[in-house]
Design a protein around this ligand. Sequence first.
Ligand code: RB5
Length: 147
Amino acid sequence: MKIGIACDHGAVEFKEIIKAMLSEQGHEINDYGTNSSESCDYPDFAYQCAQSVAQGINERGIVLCGSGIGVSITANKVKGIRCALCSETTSARLSREHNDANMLAMGQRLIGAEAMKDIVNVWLNTPFSQSKRHQRRIEKIAAIEES
Ligand code: RB5
């Protein structure tokens, strides 16, 4: 799968851990930065990653910052993006089954590396339920974007 990834200075370490894990699993990773611990603005990087998913360059996107909140808010401003902020695997699973989330946000300052890896794996490997009621709700979100 083609996966975009981005972070701010608060999550460079986790970005590298996720990249290594996903590359090992055979995924193709596109990295939208940042790549240093120098203070930066998370919207600059999360937006690039979200755009790449909205445009179909990447099938999924993962965004990281200190809390995960700033990058998730940013990603959800992009039309067509459904970004789920997760700190445990149940939310990650439900975000795929019910919401067909195409982006995942996490906070490096709030979760450990092993938990983060579990969240990523569950999120990537859980399919959308395809049920009519969940599809209808996603279509309503899309209609709100158009309004
Ligand atoms: C950066 O200090 C921090 O504000 C950022 O990583 C993130 O947590 C914002 O939501």
